[in-house]
Design a protein. Sequence first.
Length: 95
Amino acid sequence: MEHIEKVKEILQRLESQTPIDYSQIASESYELFVSELDRRLLPVNCDKLLIDDKVRVYYYAYDELIVYVITHIRTDIPIITGLLVENKLQAYIIN
């Protein structure tokens, strides 16, 4: 699974509340135009980081939690990792 270390890093913030079984995480990825990203699910200051027209977004789902990792389309280097709970941004990491 691509970028699982980033997923673990952000989910560790919740592990004290609920143990996480990493074998139960489902994942998928998409190439998207930056204009297609839902700004309500991104950190406020993300515009200066998303400088290319397209990005790759990896989604990881576990129970009701969703972690996304937005990467550069060419290099696959992470830009932003976010944690969504009930479709609201709860935590993020600027890479």
